[in-house]
Write a protein that binds this ligand. Sequence first.
Ligand code: BTN
Length: 250
Amino acid sequence: MQIVVQHFETIDSTNLEAARQAEQGAVEGTCIVAREQTRGRGRQQRVWLSPPNAGIYLSLILRPRIEVSSWPLITLMAAVAVTDTLKDVSGVDADIKWPNDVLVGDRKISGILAETVETPFGRAVVLGIGLNLKRDSSLDHLHGIATALNEVTTFTGAAEDVLATLLKNLDKTYSGLTADGGAHATLRAWVARSSYAQGKHVRIVCGPETLEGVTRGLNSDGALKLETTQGDLRIIHAGDVRAERMKAEG
Ligand code: BTN
C-alpha cells in the first residue's frame, strides 16, 4: 500500500474527513493527519479529546480485498501496529485490551475506531487512530484511566518520527493481514501482545448485559471467547471490557 499523508492544522475529525474523501473516491492509503480535532470521535459515541499537538490523530482509508468476515481483524492489526510503534520509539511494552485499546501500565494510551463507509466505489474502511503523546490538562479528569507517551517513558522525540514509525508498522501489519493466511497471522500477533487474550478475569458490558468470567482466546473473526462464572462459553463481538483485579488466572 502506498500511504499518502494529508496534514491539517485543525479539523473536525480525521475520521469524518477520511469518510468524506472516501465517498469522493480517495484511494486506499490516503491518510488524514491533524494536529488538533474539534470533534474527535471515540467508540460508542464517545468523544476523543484531541488538544493541539498533544497526540497523533490520524485516519487511513482502506479498501480491503479480504473476506468481509475478516474485516473485524482490521482493528486488531492496527492495535498490533500501535503496540509495535510504542516499542520501536520508546522501548515500552504496551498491552492490548480487547478489542483494540492500547494500554501502558493499565492506562489507555491509544484508541482505535474503524468505521465502514459505503461509497460509489465500494465499501471502504476508515481506520482512525488516536495516540496520546503528551499529557494535556484537558485530560486531567481522565487521570487513572488515560496516559501519554511522555508520562510513561523518557521519549522526547518528534511527533513526526512517531507518525512515520506508525505508518511503517501499519503498512506492514496490513500487508500481513491481506496476505495468504493473514487472518491467522494477525490473530497470533494480537494474542502475543495482549494479556487479555487468555486467562484474564474480566467484566464485560455488552449493551444491557454485564458478563463476568475468564477470557479463553479469540475466534477466527477476532471475537472474544469468555467462560462466564456460570460456566457458559460466550462469544463477545462488541463490549466494554474491564479487568477484574487480583483475579488473574493462568
Ligand atoms: C476509542 O474510543 O478508543 C477510539 C478513539 C479513536 C480516536 C481517533 S483520533 C483520530 C481518529 N479521528 C477520530 O475522530 N477518531 C479517531
